[in-house]
Design a protein around this ligand. Sequence first.
Ligand code: URP
Ligand code: ZN
Ligand code: ZN
Length: 466
Amino acid sequence: MALLIKNGTIVSSTAEYQADILIEDEKIKAIAENIDPADHELVDASGKYIFPGGVDEHVHMGPFDTYGFETSHAALVGGTTTIVDFAPQDEGDTVINSFHRHKDEKAQGTASPDFSFHGMVMDTSEALLDEIPKMVENGIVNLKFFMAYNGTPFHVEDDLIFKAMQICKDYGITPWVHCENGDMIEVLKDELVEEGVTKPIGHYLSSPPTVEDEAVQRLIYLAKLADCPIFIVHNTTAGACANIKRAQNEGQPVYGETCTHYLAIDTSYLEKDNFEGAKWVCGPAIRPKEHIKAVWKAIEDGTLMSIGSDHAAVVGGFEKAKKRGIDDFTKIPNGVPGMQDRLYMVWTQGVEKGRISKQDFVRLCMENPAKLCGIYPQKGALLPGSDADILIWDPSYEGKILVENSYEGTDYNTFEGFEQKGIADKVYLRGQLMAERGELVGEKGQGRYIRPKAYTVCYDKYHKGE
Ligand code: URP
Ligand code: ZN
Ligand code: ZN
């Protein structure tokens, strides 16, 4: 029997209208007024908005000592039906083999939302350059590089990033880059340790805004020289946003996102008593309020095109993991959970506060993430033929974000105590009801791999050689 959702208000990135949605065989079959309800299972969405299921373009399910896909149902509970993970390169193996292993052994059968991957470079050998031409046919259309994290396998030097860019552009692959000056962070860290700084605020002091601004600008220059489109992940500073905007104004294909916590959490959290500040140690560091304002502005004016969660829920949470750094901030594991509450935070802090419209919400959290990941319009859209990933949203709900409602597996919530307006009333994954008003109601582990297409939206305005 087909499913018919009636009486809701459909919201897309450009419009808002009343219509019915007919779902058959996991797909949206039709969107029209007054679809005949005979023989269909009916869902009444009166007074509710209907969005495409959320798409989170930036999650970490495994590396950085984070939980794997076993907690990925948290995304569904919060209205996100597709997550895109970074498949870590295994030591001594290729990016492509590592991606297949991560997909087949870690995700398949365990992931609850649908899933896709970016490749992630964690080996600095030039063997990388030989495998780039084979990446797209294997399902890798975005390739992640870290300019930070010196002294770990994550760090990649500029020369390799540059050489990779020169090849990526010929295959429609977009480099996704974590921009922070890793060398400067190491120097500042050593100086702070020497001065006797031990508390979590040391994390911010050792990775201040300038280390991000500099790396963002450096990457923009490298990309210009290589003539390659780029995507800059988790922008957090006024300077980074200004650098991106300047490049865009000059016609360079430079794109970027921010992540939820950089829109709401400021450095005062790092200074909380009893080592609590460690809960918010993540890379890049949480910023002072003036940067939060600047990042919102970059969201509002379109400089940044999406909001991911950068979900990185460290196994052991605060008590068992973060506290490893109780005497030394450099030993606090990086990362904050956030895939469950991303949509609540963006809605409450963005739409409800009048910073962005409902259409922007869809553009930033569903449509653009899907486009950036090469999986639009299968995901991120309410269109006939798209997967029936549907989020019925009750805007009248008012509550608080609390760890006791979290499925993320950690012992704290990044957004603990924040106001929550709106709730994922019903969450459908390919037509199947998975979550309802904060509870998982579907079966875990049914997520399906979504194969991306190359030449994502980052190539739309790219004119090679011009
Ligand atoms: O602290 C964070 N965000 N950990 C995840 C890794 C990253 O840099 O995105
Ligand atoms: Zn990063
Ligand atoms: Zn990340």
